[in-house]
Design a protein around this ligand. Structure first.
Ligand code: GRF
Length: 187
């Protein structure tokens, strides 16, 4: 292998997982572009401040196929070999997933296969679960359904709210994601 694996990170918001990935980059992987469907995503400002190349485009008014073609072009132009979704809130089309098959990963705030989709912490608390957590998984056409590459459990404490649990799970995400990505790009 020649040099670090080239990773594109896709964000829609604050991008704290992207920051954790950037801070842990090194011999195993480097971030070649941070891309967002939200031109005002706070994470983009952080990426720019830290000298990371960025790409921002809103799909509004141009339609998904045109948006995704531009995104795909920007990632390839940046030399990306892998894609890490980090709080990217838009579903990628089956066509896009097929083009990058086996090369897209995502972090999800639950112990998959439990609680795919949204409101994961509230659902875990309401179910009386002893623990929540986070999972890094391969992205396929099925929402939050691809192979799980790694997980971290976080105990649910008496009195936890979705917000307090989310905060501790997020800290676990920041540990888990870089570690799993390093292993994954060695495959
Ligand atoms: C995280 O909870 C992650 O698990 C989910 O979206 C959130 C993104 O947070 N996919 P951030 O933008 O990385 O701070």
């Amino acid at each position: 292998m020649s040099g670090p694996a080239k990773v594109a990170v896709l964000i829609s918001g604050r991008g704290s997982n992207m920051q954790a990935l950037a801070e842990a980059a090194g011999d195993a992987y480097e971030i070649v572009v941070v891309a967002s469907d939200k031109p005002d995503a706070p994470g983009l400002a952080w990426a720019i401040q830290h000298g990371l190349p960025t790409f921002a485009l809103s799909p509004k008014g141009i339609g998904k196929p045109v948006f995704e073609a531009a995104l795909d072009g920007a990632l390839r132009e940046a030399g990306a070999e892998w894609i890490a979704l980090a709080g990217y809130m838009r579903l990628l089309s089956d066509e896009f997933v097929a083009k990058w098959r086996g090369r897209i990963v995502n972090i999800h705030p639950s112990l998959l296969p439990k609680y795919k989709g949204l409101d994961t912490h509230a659902r875990a608390i309401d179910a009386g679960d002893a623990a929540g957590g986070c999972s890094v998984h391969v992205v396929t056409e099925e929402l939050d359904g691809g192979e799980v590459l790694g997980q971290r459990e976080v105990a649910i404490l008496p009195g936890d709210t979705p917000e307090t649990l989310a905060e501790r799970v997020l800290a676990a995400e920041h540990q888990l994601y870089p570690a799993v990505l390093k292993e994954f790009v060695r495959r």
